[in-house]
Ligand binder design. Structure first.
Ligand code: MSP
Length: 723
């Protein structure tokens, strides 16, 4: 996996009108992780981040603070640098668009595009949103408001220079066709292509109604449009036209959020086409960080998390680990401190921290703190799949790479449990401890892009240099090395009590045990909040009767979906009678209608019989902690519906269990204490699938069910990721 060559990576530059938020920290962490990975591969990396300091938004913020713009941004920028320092962001340059060199480069490029004939002077009248620093067309507004900021844009009329973007529309389309990986992830690409195919409007690239910007050389009444100015940071950040810029340009990757994709994927390459400069290689779009309820973080909602305070309290590596592991790259993710603490405790403290602790303690007490002369167990070494990790990183599936590294940590812990080194002596003891020490050395290298501080701590405790990917080979640990001073890697953290806002359901995590995943048990899960459950609803009753009429018991029994469940039960060697769905259809066929329970249960039963799918639902507020789907070992208790006595779940079945008890047995033998009643406010619901149901089939069913529930019981729903 060793590599040469260069890698130039950038983040967007942030508006310093207010303090940085968690979204800024996330973007920098993603870029930092990739930068560190490429350094580890031996590439010459340049990592640029910074602040976007001109424009009306900043001018207004400065005025509000009672300051001139420059002293205002000077003070604000400190917060962004502090964020980088606290989060371990290893940038090579922090660019500020008020840097003299940047201003000069902007003027030069602007002039070049003007002289080329791609910029002309005209007059502009339009609706301008200060928050976005852009004009909007009437049709782009949401009831007359900016769709991002929900504020009314101002009508502006002024003399302006215009950039003839359409001159380059066909060149752009050709370029994107030739470079299919230019916009990543792929699903964002087509939408942009469609927009460009509709033709490009001339872009207003100068302003006269305010002055906080870079003045045009030939007409200083005008300041350069803030986006034209900001995008050029990617050139000025590497001293455009210097030897350094010749080496690093074109940028290998611009890491940005989805809200600014148009600027980066269309306007930016077209500016470069016009200026005769090569476009960047890839625009990598990450998702947004929302709060625990999936809502945008904003000051008005009061759900903003200060990223600096967060890491001061919980540590940068825990926050980095959580964000990089939890959120599939490119998707939006929810952030809750409770979920972060849970991952910290189980995966960092219990799994990795404990492995290091146990290994070092045994080396100290049994081998006098000295690395023995031995070889790493081949069986253990085989559990590390470096190629897979590398390939995930190249595909930008950072979350999967991290999961793969941690599956090796789990393998090492399993190795300790199997070998029981505390019982071993002589060669066997030496081989076991050497294997673990050597593996930890490699783990430190591999986790270093994700958790640089912890990686350093592991190597220091092993008393070896951290090294590069070239050193991530077994048996390189030198015998005779005296291990360093022991230190707890991750202190266990106290989970904060989660605050649940009025009308909101708390967040919940759901995981399926690997054995069940291997048997193709699938899930689609949702939380429906703020429901108003009623005994019955006429419209729903009517729908239910129609559904029952349309269904035939014979067909249901023949359905591959049902066969899939039965095969799953057979594979687990558990006894089963008539299938739960077939049962429900039979009962309904006899009476001509579905049994009426309440409007939530009736809403999902409807889809359950239609699609032959097992659906389970619980009162979320009665579920403790998170839910795990796991194999019962015979000791689990549950309270069947309508009963008060707990009984044992037969061994071999799978169960849905919360932190305390079993909620439900495999084919929805629902427990009593979490059943959905008329009092239920928030519902936790899942659809089970199997090897004959594509994930999409159960996802669509989930959507239909939640749609029904919201229709008949009100509230809103959100999907929950299954791990
Ligand atoms: N100044 C412009 C970028 C100019 S780049 C030449 C800007 N600044 S920003 O401060 O509003 O956003 C900076 C970056 O943070 C953007 O990539 C943006 O998408 C990202 N994020 C802003 N809020 C976010 C979340 N809640 N979550 C993740 N990233 C988010 O746009």
């Amino acid at each position: 996996m060793s590599g040469k060559g260069k890698f130039y990576i950038t983040t967007a530059i942030d508006y310093p009108n207010s303090k940085p938020h968690l979204g800024h920290a996330y973007e920098k962490t993603v870029a930092d992780c990739l930068a560190r990975w490429h350094r580890l591969k031996g590439e010459d990396v340049f990592f640029l981040t910074g602040t976007d300091e001109h424009g009306k938004k900043i001018e207004d913020a400065a005025e509000k603070a009672g300051k001139e713009p420059k002293p205002f941004v000077d003070a604000q920028v400190k917060y962004f640098k502090e964020l980088c320092a606290k989060w371990g962001i290893s940038y090579d340059n922090f660019i500020r668009t008020t840097d003299g060199k940047h201003e000069m480069i902007c003027q030069t490029i602007f002039q070049r595009v003007l002289e080329k004939g791609d910029i002309y002077l005209g007059e502009y009248e339009g609706l301008y949103c200060n928050g976005c620093e852009r004009f909007y067309l009437e049709k782009e507004l949401d009831s007359g408001l900016c769709p991002v900021h929900m504020t009314r844009p101002a009508l502006l009329k002024e003399e302006s220079y215009f950039f003839k973007m359409n001159n380059y529309a066909s060149k752009w389309l050709e370029f994107v066709e030739k470079n299919p990986g230019f916009i990543f992830p792929l699903q964002r690409r087509q939408e942009i292509i469609n927009r460009v195919q509709e033709g490009l409007r001339d872009l207003s690239v100068s302003r006269t109604s305010f002055h906080w910007g870079i003045p045009l050389k030939n007409n200083p009444q005008h300041v350069i449009y803030v986006w034209f100015d900001a995008l050029l940071n990617y050139l000025s950040g590497i001293d455009y036209s210097s030897e350094k810029s010749k080496k690093f340009w074109p940028a290998d990757m611009h890491v940005i959020g989805k809200d600014i994709l148009w600027f980066h994927s269309v306007i930016w390459p077209i500016m470069l086409f016009s200026a005769g400069i090569e476009p960047p290689k890839k625009i990598f779009v990450h998702g947004f960080i929302n709060d625990a309820y999936g809502e945008k973080m904003s000051k008005s909602t009061g759900n903003v998390i200060d990223p600096v305070q967060l890491v001061e309290k919980y540590g940068a590596d825990s926050a980095r680990y959580y964000l990089l592991r939890e959120i599939p790259m490119g998707e939006d993710g929810n952030f809750s401190v409770a979920a972060m603490v849970e991952r910290h405790n189980s995966e960092l403290a219990n799994s990795l921290g404990n492995l290091l602790q146990r290994t070092l303690t045994l080396t100290e007490t049994r081998l006098d703190g000295t690395v023995p002369k031995a070889k790493t167990s081949e069986a253990l070494a085989k559990q590390l799949n470096l190629e897979k990790i590398g390939s995930f990183m190249e595909k930008l599936e950072v979350h999967n790479a991290l999961a793969e590294i941690f599956s090796f940590v789990t393998a090492c812990n399993r190795f300790v449990n199997e070998k029981e080194p505390w019982k071993l002596k002589g060669k066997a003891l030496e081989e076991t401890l050497y294997s673990l020490l050597d593996s930890l050395r490699i783990i430190a290298i591999l986790v270093s892009p994700f958790m640089p501080g912890s990686a350093e701590k592991i190597s220091a405790q092993l008393n070896v240099p951290l090294g590069s990917l070239n050193d991530a080979k077994f048996n390189l640990l030198k015998a005779g090395t005296k291990i360093g001073k022991k230190e707890i890697l991750f202190q266990k953290l106290e989970a904060p009590k989660e605050e649940v806002r009025e009308g909101k359901a708390r967040s919940i995590r759901v995981s399926i045990a690997p054995q069940l995943k291997e048997l193709d048990l699938k899930l689609a899960v949702a939380v429906i909040e703020n429901v108003r459950v009623k005994k019955k609803h006429e419209g729903l009753d009517k729908k239910a009767r129609e559904a029952v009429k349309a269904i035939s018991l014979k067909e249901i029994e023949k359905s591959p979906v049902i066969r899939g469940y039965l095969e799953l039960y057979d594979a687990l060697k558990v006894k089963h009678g008539k299938h739960a769905v077939a049962n429900l259809v039979e009962i309904s066929a006899q009476s001509g209608k579905l049994p009426t329970i309440n409007t939530v249960v009736d809403s999902y039963n409807l889809v359950s019989i239609k699609k032959a799918l097992i659906v389970g639902a619980h009162d979320l507020d009665k579920v403790s902690g998170n839910v795990k789907v796991k194999l019962a070992d015979g000791s689990e208790l549950y309270i069947p519906l309508g009963q008060s006595e707990a009984m044992e779940v037969p061994k071999g079945e799978y169960v849905f269990a919360d932190d305390k008890v079993v909620l439900c047995r495999m084919d929805v033998k629902q427990g009593e204490h979490t059943k959905v009643t008329n009092e239920t406010k928030n519902v936790f619901l899942y659809v089970q699938g199997n090897k004959y149901t594509p994930q999409k089939y159960i996802d669509d069913a989930l959507e239909e069910i939640c749609g029904n529930i919201v229709k008949y019981c009100g509230g809103s729903w959100r999907k929950v990721k299954v791990e």
